[in-house]
Design a protein around this ligand. Sequence first.
Ligand code: PEP
Ligand code: MN
Length: 343
Amino acid sequence: MDNADTTNRPILIAGPCAAESEEQVLETARALVSCRPILRAGLWKPRSQPDTFQGAGDKGLAWLRRVTEETGLPTATEITTPEQLRAALLAGVSYVWIGARTAANPIDVQTLATTLRTLLATGEATGLKGVMVKNAMHEDAPLWIGNIRRIQEAVSGCHIPVWAVHRGCNHLPCWGMAYDLREAVPEVPLLLDPSHLSGDAEQIAPLCRKAAELAYDGLMIEVHPSPRSALSDARQQITPEQMLEIWKALPKTQERASDLPLRWLRAMMDEVDDQLWQTIQRRMAISRRIGEWKRQEGVAVRQPARFEDILTQRIKKETKNGLTRETIVAICQALHEESIRQQ
Ligand code: PEP
Ligand code: MN
């Protein structure tokens, strides 16, 4: 029994970004067997560069079959075309997912949904245990929700669960997008993919704790026997030993804390604050360049007319959006004084 069958325990999907060899996939599965994950491994990798590893392709299906035969673990892989979907199901892969690149195009998602419906009708998908839908690379909650609805429609009446996988957008979490999804389709289990969300192996453990705090229903994590030599996503993969340690430390049952909405709102606020401070740092970098120019041209650092202009424009614009004049003045003054110091 895989842990997805155990009620009230987070779902765990773990394994390499890409299946690289039979030995690599089996070694990972054997090392993870004590936490009963769904063993993930990408076979058809949508890579941005043509001269990089594109995945083992069809021949890796036999490796995944070996995983199940030897360890009893169910397997999961990403599918991007109807042919891949059919091949994966015929080979006995139990879970398939739609990745971020495919998720960007609703026509592709609909084509996969329609194929899935046909395969279910013809009895070619009897081994299918679940379908996962990742968010696209850009922040678009309605697109993600729409893709989930397309798959839900395809599997309706077949008792096949559909799960959402939150993988962030270009290494930004976009907690707000996941919150919108939760609100729109509360019946859909939500999993966090901290590997693609952060792109950083160091961030996996803290993000798993965050997922528990925000009552995610599960995790999808990239695990490789020797991450540094991985053929794709080397910086974000963790070792099986690290995975077991993280899994052991996580709460075993899902907590539905009464302050859950507040926790989500704070996660969103922290993300906005990160962006705000990054923006302030960018402003200061520009200030330093302005300072250099002023020095070269012999112009005074402090230019009261320019500051008055900035302030007037900002008050006009932001009071319309509901901020008080005092707050706008205080923020403008603080930014201006720091800019002067940087110059
Ligand atoms: C993956 O899971 O290996 C993958 C390619 O993910 P994403 O589609 O989220 O980039
Ligand atoms: Mn990957």
